[in-house]
Design a protein around this ligand. Structure first.
Ligand SMILES: *Cc1c(COP(=O)(O)O)cnc(C)c1O
Length: 502
């Protein structure tokens, strides 16, 4: 950069345009070239030491070169969660309109937190939350708040439920969830100050919350003078896509005056489709639902959303008036009419205009395109499950549910292996599949065993990809089965006496 700009945080209009085009070209090239790239490239901290060890950059560097540096040395070293061959974690295939929404939000540096500060962006947040509520089938009047992700959305919901049902006295409060609940939700309970003994962490049945057991627990707690107030249900556990029995939970919560919260960060958006709406029956009866548009609504990170049937509950829990100390400077942001200060509805004060990207992509593509994309993800998991079902080498362990399928490789002499060996074999099968660079799959624990888990919600993934992935898993299973490493346990097993009768 020229000497004269040294003290300015400013670029000329021409420079800004040129850099902008450079960045757009890189993004477009990446989005269109994903299939040609490996799904995952990792590096050790040593390999990235030239990044770690850089001194504070007191003097300027040509920004175009820095963009090139990032594109060459930084951005490639990551997992491509939007790659059509990525089935690990929860894939996130962002869309270009979403990217532009983020670019606009940051370029104009708008914040929807207070009406006075950002009326336009606040209106976009409100209408987009209303659309989401409607798409999930929630009752009219449901409103919400956009957050950085599912973690903050769940935390906000639990805090709202606490204020609504307990007021100030949380001492005898009890909340309930199944052992399949996402750790982010449990951490939110911890952050909010609930002690471990206030959380009833109930054993699941078939990976779902057992509502008979829940009823007994609630009644026991009531009898012993505790104060049950909240059920944390799952609509799509991350491991198996399992859905808790929402209609039964809704009845139970109504009967006992408990708040029903549904963590649908992964799965709730399936309710936009006919199949998903059926699978998620009962969702609309929840007091609050979390969805993560940066997962199954194809938005760039970060965007989560909390939808609350009684929007006022958010205001009662979070309105600044309750916490006002030395904040006279905020008096001018007080609202006179029906405007909304969204910073009164959640934890964050200043927040990014996150809904802009979702608004732009909903409007630009039309919601039908999103429904079709979510449906496609459901199709892919059903296809994977069908292929697993007909294969005599594979066993379907869980799903297909909300785009997730779990499977195991069936070894010819399965009984010759300890469960630790079987777990190691499954991890090895996943590693073998991943070595090719075309697919990324991961294992998880289901019912105490390692299984291969596939999450098929990426709209860029094709049916052919699924067919080839299942073939790759079978092939890897055969390779690992035949490897010398696993011969010894077999021989040992064959020599083992077969019991007292022998
Ligand atoms: C992803 C996820 C979370 C955490 O959400 P973040 O967006 O990662 O903060 C919580 N619950 C479920 C079910 C999830 O899938």
């Amino acid at each position: 950069m020229t000497q004269s700009r040294e003290h300015e945080l400013n670029l000329s209009a021409e420079q800004m345009r040129a850099l902008g085009y450079q960045v757009v070209d890189l993004i477009v090239g990446n989005m269109h070239g994903l299939r040609e790239q490996p799904v995952h490239r990792s590096a050790t901290p040593e390999q990235l030491s030239h990044i770690h060890s850089e001194p504070v950059p007191d003097r300027p560097t040509e920004p175009g070169e820095l963009v090139e540096f990032l594109a060459r040395e930084v951005l490639p070293w990551s997992l491509r969660l939007g790659h059509p061959g990525c089935f690990a974690f929860i894939p996130s295939a962002n869309n270009f309109l979403g990217v532009l929404g983020d670019f606009l939000a940051s370029g104009f540096n708008i914040s929807p937190g207070a009406w006075l500060v950002g009326a336009g962006p606040a209106a976009i947040e409100q209408v987009t939350a209303r659309w989401l509520a409607e798409l999930l089938g929630m009752p009219a009047g449901t409103g919400g708040l956009f957050t950085p992700g599912g973690t903050m959305a769940n935390l906000t919901a639990i805090a709202a439920a606490r204020s609504d049902r307990l007021g100030a006295d949380t001492s005898r409060a009890v909340l309930y969830c199944s052992d399949q609940t996402h750790p982010a939700v449990l951490r939110a309970c911890h952050v909010l100050g609930f002690a471990a003994e206030q959380l009833r962490f109930l054993p699941s049945r078939g990976h779902r919350l057992d509502h008979h057991l829940l009823r007994r627990e609630i009644e026991d707690d009531r009898r012993s003078g505790r104060n049950p107030f909240l059920v944390l249900a799952n609509a799509g556990t991350t491991g198996t896509g399992s859905i808790d029995p929402l209609p039964e939970l809704a009845d139970l919560c109504r009967e006992h005056d408990l708040w029903l919260h549904v963590d649908g960060a992964h799965g709730a958006t399936a309710a936009m489709t006919t199949r998903g709406r059926t699978a998620l029956a009962g969702l609309a009866a929840a007091d609050s639902v979390v969805v993560d548009p940066h997962k199954w609504l194809f938005q760039p990170y970060e965007i989560g959303c909390l939808l609350v049937r009684d929007q006022e509950a958010l205001h009662r829990a979070f309105a600044l008036e309750q916490f006002r100390a030395q904040a006279g400077y905020l008096d001018i942001t007080r609202i006179a009419g029906n405007e909304v200060n969204l910073s009164d509805h959640g934890v964050q004060f200043t927040s990014a205009a996150r809904a802009l990207k979702l608004w732009l992509s909903f409007k630009g593509f039309g919601v039908d395109a999103f429904r079709a994309a979510v449906d496609h993800g459901l199709d892919l998991s059903e296809r994977a499950a069908a292929l697993i079902d007909v294969s005599d080498e594979l066993d379907l362990v869980a799903g297909p549910s909300l785009g997730i399928v779990c499977l195991r490789y069936r070894l010819p002499d399965h009984d010759a292996f300890s469960s630790d060996d079987l777990d190691a074999i499954h991890r090895e099968i996943a590693d073998t599949v991943n070595e090719g660079g075309r697919f990324l799959i991961a294992t998880t624990t289901v019912d105490g065993q390692q299984v291969i888990r596939l999450c098929t919600i990426n709209p860029r993934t094709t049916k052919l990809d699924i067919d080839q992935l299942v073939s790759a898993i079978r092939h890897a299973g055969r390779t690992v089965n035949l490897s010398s490493r696993w011969c010894a346990p077999r021989v040992r097993a064959r020599r083992r006496p077969s019991g007292p009768a022998a």
